[in-house]
Design a protein around this ligand. Structure first.
Ligand code: B12
Length: 454
């Protein structure tokens, strides 16, 4: 079967990221001998003309649409990507009647809302390798598709979902289909995944809807082989580990670092990490293995706010994690969320004071929390009167505590961030000018850009 994959993401902030999810799908289908073409609309001005050409030359039997982002998660500077995606999907529907299947992280958070918004019938929630291959096989054999696990569909106006299935994660993405050099030059990093699944239960998070909550780890030797392959085939020596949390479980993080060191692989990398369980030994090992900076999901500098967000760690954990890094001159950035449940004036001030005390390389402050369906935060937002019960959450919707007036929150953050060189606030355009970021990339700066604040 001929399968056309369309990756619709064209966001370039904080930098363009290669559609690794679509490349995984391509690999899975190619291994079943299907013929694949991938259209990546990230750098394309007129997506419709590229699609017209592909429909004409390739004449696909099935089309898969990969939706990574729904919105940019930036309160005050919100971008909703769905109208553009709808335009592309409408165009495809007008020009072909082959089956269309949607997937991707953004889709998996809002399967029903996206199918209804795009007026499409079928999608695959979560990992798509197994389910999409089964779908294509069923279409090829004239079989029944509606019992495939992970599939969701709308029939007679009703949304149905067959429940999530897990994929074996010993495959690698087919990078031959990606514009590796362009992403590396404009984005400063390529991407790689060493595990899937998130067992944590943060009150606002979507990760379990995307990757499930069952943790599955790749063999460290296999990960290192993939890194070597990226170096040899595409001259890539800087990557981002897209794992939800790189340092959990710790033994896996250690095993990957040791494997990189053992193979003397000269690779630079960064990752997301949890402050919980960070040790001087692990920080030193990560640094030795080429990690150039860690992005901690620290969330707040107040115990009360951390509790409100359901975080499984304390301020001492965050302070210790930062100390482990600072002692060895290891850049560390902390993502925080201001204005969540339990936030009030005093917790906000505590957060300011806490990060002033621990002095990390960077603090990346987000305002408010994106409300996602079926999370604890969703119920809390209804209970606190932030949203109505029947509100469709596909359009960017944020929780900002009713305990503080929004303008006052913004003003306080702005004043604090302007006075502190290590603060980045995307929602207030503080130290994140996209033109400067793009210029730094053009000048050859690789890796995260927040490390330049040190
Ligand atoms: C790592 C990461 C980042 C890194 C990326 C680094 C890099 N170089 O790649 C950084 C920090 C840069 C980043 C930035 C952003 N991110 Co981000 N990021 C993630 C994260 C944790 C992992 C993404 C990933 O690569 N996964 C691994 C790949 C293999 O998985 P996948 O793409 O989901 O693909 C699988 C399935 O979805 C499915 N699939 C994919 N395509 C298709 C297609 C078909 C047809 C089918 C059937 C299946 C299918 O199968 C794939 C393989 O199993 C996710 C959360 C998560 N757990 O998914 C958020 C996430 C994708 N990010 C998100 C967002 C919003 C952003 C930003 C807009 C935030 C911002 N304002 O900066 C930017 C946008 C960046 C850009 N240019 O697009 C949101 C999107 C949800 C939403 N509200 O829109 C997510 C889901 C986090 C969340 N809050 O819930 N991000």
């Amino acid at each position: 079967m001929k399968v056309l994959l369309v990756s619709v993401n064209n966001e370039k902030y904080p930098y363009p990221v290669a559609p690794i999810g679509a490349a995984y799908i391509a690999q899975a289908l190619r291994s079943k001998r299907h013929d694949i073409r991938l259209i990546d609309l990230c750098f394309v001005e007129d997506g419709c003309s590229v699609i017209t050409d592909a429909l004409k030359d390739f004449d696909p039997d099935v089309i898969g649409i990969s939706i990574r982002n729904i919105d940019n998660l930036i309160y005050n500077k919100s971008i909703f990507y769905m109208p553009r995606i709808r335009h592309i999907v409408d165009f495809i529907k007008k020009h072909t009647s082959v089956p269309l299947v949607v997937g991707g992280s953004g889709f998996s958070i809002f399967p029903e809302e996206v199918l209804r918004y795009l007026e499409l019938e079928t999608g695959i929630v979560g990992e798509g390798e197994t389910a999409f291959a089964l779908f294509v096989d069923a279409i090829e054999n004239g079989g029944y598709v509606y019992d495939i696990q992970s599939l969701c569909y709308i029939k007679d106006g009703t949304f149905n979902y067959n429940g999530m299935a897990y994929t074996q994660i010993n495959n690698r993405p087919d990078r031959s289909l990606l514009s590796n050099r362009t992403y590396f030059e404009l984005g400063g990093m390529a991407n790689i995944q060493s595990k899937r699944g998130c067992p944590f239960k943060c009150t606002y998070c979507t990760y379990p809807c995307i990757e499930g909550n069952k943790l599955r780890l790749r063999e460290p030797a296999d990960v290192v082989e993939e890194l070597e392959e990226m170096k040899v085939n595409y001259d890539i020596d800087y990557v981002f580990f897209v794992d939800d949390i790189f340092n959990f479980p710790e033994e896996h993080a250690v095993a990957i670092c040791e494997e990189i060191v053992r193979n003397d692989l000269k690779i630079n990398w960064t990752c997301f990490a949890t402050p919980k369980g960070m040790t001087p030994k692990l920080a030193a090992l990560m640094k030795m293995a080429g990690c150039k900076g860690i992005e901690f999901g620290s969330d707040a500098g107040s115990e009360k706010t951390l509790k409100g967000l359901g975080k499984p760690f304390t301020l001492d954990d965050i302070a210790y994690a930062a100390e482990c890094c600072m002692e060895i001159d290891f850049p560390n950035a902390h993502y925080i969320i201001l204005g969540g449940p339990e936030e009030d004036y005093s917790t906000m001030k505590e957060t300011f004071a806490f990060f002033e005390k621990i002095k990390p390389t960077a603090v990346i402050a987000l305002l408010g929390l994106r409300i996602y369906p079926n999370t604890w935060l969703h119920s809390k937002a209804i209970e606190d009167g932030v949203i109505r019960k029947d509100r469709n959450l596909l359009e960017p919707t944020f929780y900002l505590t009713p305990k503080i007036d929004t303008d006052t929150i913004l003003q306080n953050i702005s004043e604090h961030a302007k006075k502190h060189q290590n603060w980045i606030v995307p929602g207030l355009d503080i130290r994140c000018d996209t033109n400067i970021l793009a210029l730094l990339r053009k000048m050859g700066k690789k890796g995260p850009l927040w490390d330049m604040l040190s």
